[in-house]
Design a protein around this ligand. Sequence first.
Ligand code: AMP
Length: 249
Amino acid sequence: MKILVPVKRVVDYNVKVRVKSDGTGVDIANVKMSMNPFDEIAVEEAVRLKEKGAATEIIAVSCGDAKCQETLRTAMAIGADRGILVETTEELQPLAVAKLLKALVDKEQPALIILGKQAIDDDANQTGQMLAALADLPQATFASKVEVSGDKVNVTREVDGGLETISLSLPAVITTDLRLNEPRYVTLPNIMKAKKKQLDTFKPEDLGVDVKPRLKTLKVSEPPKRGAGIKVPDVATLVDKLKNEAKVI
Ligand code: AMP
């Protein structure tokens, strides 16, 4: 069983993003970039399935500029067997990525596609769902447990007020939630091994996909600044202010 794991290169989660002064987007010049954290969880889950004998090959795929090769090498250091870069300098929106992934699903015929539930840069939470629709595959979003059994996969999902377990027939699309697993640290020997693994590159045209943006970003702005706080002398004043100024109690 092959597993395809799409991994996105995003601004590292520790970086405080700065909005460009012209409001057209966020500044990513000289900013640390990493693999989207939910995608690390997806790669880890695929590797665990392989270690359990449920999968035979893991293919990591990243769409974007040439630097996404670094993200693919990280996925291969965690345990992916090979990588595919779909190289383009165009801005990629979720629909375009879903179409590229659909073309790769047709080509590679994986039994499982495990994506992150969302990319922490655009917070779109769309790609997995769009891919499932385009490829006409069953989907389980926000997975917190994945168990493959024969030609089925049981997925536990975190829903309001509890957990829901659903059974899908393979092939299927799964998107990962935070509690699915804790990704392993990549070790130096595995980083070295990853450098030798196969990495193929395609252009969107090779896959017959038009990636032109369909949505236009009108404006990006910072959240409003918080006003300075004040110190109150005693509890009575605090209660008075909460009651009469903030009107929250
Ligand atoms: P989004 O719909 O943008 O929030 O992204 C959801 C998931 O889709 C991510 O966690 C990745 O698994 C996948 N994905 C989105 N964009 C890309 C990309 N450019 N390359 C590879 N995978 C991507």
